[in-house]
Design a protein around this ligand. Sequence first.
Ligand code: G1P
Length: 297
Amino acid sequence: MIKPLRKAVLPVAGLGTRFLPATKAMAKEMLPVVDKPLIQYAVDEARAAGIEQFCMVTGRGKTALVEHFDIAYELEMTLRERGKHRELRELREGHLPPGAIATVRQQEPLGLGHAIWCARAFIGDDPFAILLPDDLVLADVPCTLQLAQAYQETGGCVVAVSEVPHDQTNRYGILDVAHDDGRLVEVRGLVEKPKPEVAPSNLSIIGRYVLMPQVMRYLERMERGAGGEVQLTDAMARLIGEVPFHGLRYEGRRFDCGDKVGFLEAQVAFALKRPDLGPAVRAFLKNYVHACAEPVS
Ligand code: G1P
């Protein structure tokens, strides 16, 4: 029987050095894309896939991430008194049931694999999703829901994948492909950040996973991989053969919000999708880009 997917781990202990000074006193996952912080995109996406329990792997200076999901009674009262019903409704839609969020601390930055291992007591014997809030996916069907549906078909582990230019394989976890039907990819191996010359393919893992709890057994070994860190990819690779393991070419577009250009692209793409903002932003871009175009010599 395929166990239902109800848990998610959100690793949010990173320092966000690429966004200094914005992240000096603020968690990078609180940076908004349009008007919603990255962390809330991740939680909303997970909820749309049936996830009910969340574990944030946090570190120092990250309390705002947990507080963001508290009920802001005074604020709600003020909004009600002022007749701001739409704002109030939107705020309430974000409420999580009592007890839905747990946190664990990752005291030292030892890698993504180590962060996930910190959530082992929360996971117990259950399958779980991982969402890296830096990776934002614009999709008609939320990416984690696509993964959850694929997991219902295949069981075992399913990771979201997309093709990257060959010269960028050293930025991602890369698949060694056994069989590819164009949507689902049977995985034979995984390599973390291989150089282009030795990369087994150009299919990269994005920050969305459905994993089996057995991965914790391998993470526990604390073997150091690429960059001297405990890599999730290495522990997942050991599960191949033990449980079904697939990559899913998800439908949608991923933005790397851990990178300045990716973050700016996400702002534009998400704003253009919004009925209340799209037309004004599109008009601005057209005029502004035209005005800034380099003169043809
Ligand atoms: C992490 C994972 C990598 C994955 C990537 C997706 O890398 O280790 O396998 O492809 O996320 O964003 P990081 O971006 O933390 O270096």
